[in-house]
Write a new protein. Structure first.
Length: 341
């Protein structure tokens, strides 16, 4: 008997070679735990010998599921997006799902609808949208109906299932920490104006100072990059009353640290600096950076759980689920000059 061509190998061919039923082959192909020991090994060996590839399309037609989650992403350059995507991929794989990534260069109505159309062609069961802009808040942008959707980092109110870090509480923790150290006020370096996370952090910074009866200095604007933080740091170095800075992410905080160092402003002896994200390198900055820790793994897990509840059980939970943050205190913060305790 000649070996079937790889492109025409069927489940029946594998079953015949392994000496089992087609149902057993199907169970092995789908990772069913009921097939164990030598039988599983026989089937796997037959699959390998025949170069058999399970027909996922046929399986999807039978089950009604493709076991694939689409991810629409506007940028991979930010720490939050890249680490959230990694967490989504990890947790999806643990649940037996693959992900299909569709990057969108420009966050417009046409580009978003185009991404959904493309994901429809690729056959996905649901979509996770990772966004840092107010796209879903714009009246001109509406996601297609009858699509299972979870949104990350957006103020979507009750229209979609939203998972986000508790941006506001993280910022409050950062500012409160600096005030409790004795600083009269706290300066702020923001992220991009169009970023929802940046706006939430900036608003919480402002509200915390106002609630404490402190002066609110004019914010300095960055774009998440270390270079923009460096420019802001040069400006802050020229402010004699600046003894504490809350920076909207760790990359910009790195630039602030460099600028202050170059201008002879010691951290934390002259100026205390707090970041946001707790990137893996934050503890290796000079000095090690006090920063707000985001649990990206938990954000990813909740995104996958949320989309699977919609896909597998038809459950849709509108509103926002906030993942808590925590302040990691290191040696970039201290009481202000003249108030060493």
């Amino acid at each position: 008997m000649s070996r079937p061509k790889a492109s025409r190998v069927s489940m029946a061919d594998v079953a015949r070679l392994a000496g089992v039923s087609s149902q057993t082959v199907s169970r092995v192909a789908n990772g069913h735990p009921s097939v164990v020991g030598t039988t599983r090994q026989q089937v796997l060996a037959a699959m390998k010998q025949l170069d058999y590839r399970p027909n996922s399309a046929a399986r999807a037609l039978k089950s009604g599921q493709f076991r694939t989650i689409g991810v629409i992403l506007f940028t991979l350059s930010s720490t939050g997006n890249s680490r959230t995507l990694e967490a989504i991929a990890t947790h999806a794989a643990l649940q037996g799902y693959a992900i299909t990534l569709i990057p969108v260069a420009m966050p417009t109505q046409d580009s978003v609808l185009g991404a959904f159309t493309r994901l429809g062609e690729l056959a996905v069961d649901g979509v996770i949208v990772i966004m840092e802009v107010h796209l879903l808040d714009a009246a001109t942008v509406t996601l297609p109906p009858n699509v299972q959707v979870v949104v990350v980092d957006s103020d979507a109110d009750d229209r979609y299932t939203v998972v986000d870090t508790d941006q506001a509480d993280g910022a409050r923790q950062a500012v409160t920490h600096l005030l409790e150290l004795g600083h009269r006020t706290v300066w702020h370096v923001t992220g991009p104006e169009e970023s929802f996370a940046s706006q939430r952090r900036a608003q919480a910074w402002r509200d915390t100072l106002t609630a404490a009866g402190r002066e609110v200095p004019p914010p300095l604007h960055g774009d998440w990059s270390a270079e923009s933080g460096y420019r802001a740091g040069l400006a802050l170095a020229d402010e004699p009353g600046c003894t504490a800075v809350f920076v909207s992410n760790d990359q910009m905080a790195l630039g602030v640290l460099r600028a202050l160092h170059e201008q002879g402003r010691a951290v934390p002896a002259d100026v205390s600096v707090v970041g946001f994200d707790d990137i893996p390198d934050a503890s290796s900055f000079i000095p090690p950076l006090t920063t707000v820790h985001q649990d990206f793994a938990e954000v990813g897990r909740r995104c996958v759980e949320g989309i699977l509840r919609q896909i597998e059980r038809g459950e849709t939970e509108h509103g926002t689920a906030l993942v808590p943050t925590s302040l990691q205190v290191r040696t970039s913060t201290a009481p202000p000059p003249g108030d060493r305790r």
